[in-house]
Design a protein around this ligand. Structure first.
Ligand SMILES: Cc1cc2nc3c(=O)[nH]c(=O)nc-3n(C[C@H](O)[C@H](O)[C@H](O)COP(=O)(O)OP(=O)(O)OC[C@H]3O[C@@H](n4cnc5c(N)ncnc54)[C@H](O)[C@@H]3O)c2cc1C
Length: 334
């Protein structure tokens, strides 16, 4: 359906659509399947998004054409076993050796890390400067000697999305596969995450919408005390709150996407959208499961899967605490 190249320009085989269209596509996928939405979001928002933002023409020709056709899924590796929220604290190193760089270290929770065709890896290239000014990005062929992925991590939700720990043992990467300027990778990373956060917010919105639809259907069909449970005010209020909060989340997602499409800064708005939409999604999925009663707690209905998938949106691409840090920092700086 072209979803893997939705934001990639037509020149590289993609659909060339904007952030607003992309967010709607992720939302619609998440309405039914959080893992599929996460695969689409991480592929477009992170791995290919980074190449689209700062890649050379040769890198775009090589990677984006295969990414948009679906031949190669993209992975993106920032997080490490010892650094997640404090992402600049990463310890993977890249050392220059002639025309190559040699990458050594480990990465954690990498989506598509074992199934991706390539992985954008963030590594420390300069220890003489503050961490944020000494990080560089590289595109690594996942078949390179020294690149190895653990078994798929067992997770609470999004279980059909590939998540692995990576080990990089003296992985040789030619300088032509360096992505962006030397030592500037962290600044680029922050920009990439702004877009990524819009897509995780859209994923949360879709999961919440899907769960509310299930709750509505169930509430109309299930009877208790001689009438459909939809006729009880306690149920009606849960449904009303869910619809109201999801609409509010949708407006935040649309605003952040629209700002991105208008070429304006949208860091804070992306954080607000992700913070609000993810917490709303968890609440809506939880209440929708409650409306399903005992059946909601079983695998007979999809609502429990939506709840498990939604929780990720409060953690991935910056936890809710990190989003609050971003928003308050902006507020206090004026
Ligand atoms: C399924 C899944 C897929 C992922 N995919 C990717 C991927 O493709 N690529 C990638 O690079 N990463 C990926 N991640 C990693 C994800 O971005 C991190 O897990 C996340 O940023 C949190 O980092 P952490 O797990 O190290 O938690 P920590 O940073 O250790 O945080 C632990 C807790 O402390 C809180 N905390 C930390 N610092 C502060 C502070 N200053 N103030 C208040 N509270 C704080 C956090 O909010 C959290 O509640 C993925 C994670 C998951 C679960």
């Amino acid at each position: 359906m072209g979803l893997l190249g939705i934001k990639i320009p037509e020149a590289y085989g993609g659909s060339g659509l904007d952030m607003s269209a992309y967010a709607i596509a992720v939302e619609e996928a998440a309405r039914v399947d959080g893992s599929l939405a996460l695969t689409i979001a991480s592929h477009n928002g992170l791995g290919t998004g980074h190449i689209l933002a700062v890649g050379t023409e040769a890198q775009k020709q090589k990677y984006l054409t295969r990414a948009s056709s679906g031949e190669w899924l993209a992975a993106w590796a920032l997080t490490e076993p010892g650094s997640g929220s404090d992402s600049a604290g990463l310890r993977t190193t890249a050392v220059r050796d002639g025309e190559d760089w040699v990458l050594t270290g480990s990465k954690m929770f990498i989506t598509q890390g074992s199934v991706g065709g390539f992985c954008v890896v963030l590594a420390r290239t300069n220890f003489e400067v503050p961490a944020q000014r000494g990080i560089t990005a590289f595109v690594v062929d996942t078949k390179s000697p020294g690149y190895s992925a653990s078994k798929h991590l067992k997770k609470l939700g999004c279980r059909s999305s590939d998540t692995v720990e990576l080990t990089l043992e003296q992985v040789r990467v030619p300088d032509s596969e360096r992505l962006g300027e030397v030592d500037q990778g962290f600044l680029d990373t922050m920009r990439i995450l702004d877009g990524g956060r819009v897509s995780i917010a859209a994923m949360a919105l879709g999961l919440g919408r899907g769960a509310l639809e299930m709750a509505l259907d169930y509430a109309k069909a299930r009877e208790a005390f001689g009438k459909p449970i939809a006729e009880f005010q306690a149920i009606q209020w849960m449904l009303a709150d869910a619809q109201t909060e999801l609409d509010a989340a949708e407006l935040l997602v649309r605003r952040a996407a629209w700002l991105a499409d208008s070429g304006r800064r949208f860091t804070t708005e992306a954080s607000m959208a992700k913070l609000f939409a993810s917490e709303v999604a968890t609440r809506v999925c939880n209440n929708s499961l409650q409306i399903h009663g005992g059946y909601g707690y079983t695998r007979e209905f999809d609502v429990e899967r939506h709840l498990r998938d939604a929780k990720l949106c409060e953690i991935g691409e910056g936890t809710s605490q990190v989003q609050r840090m971003v928003i308050s920092k902006h507020l206090l700086r004026g």
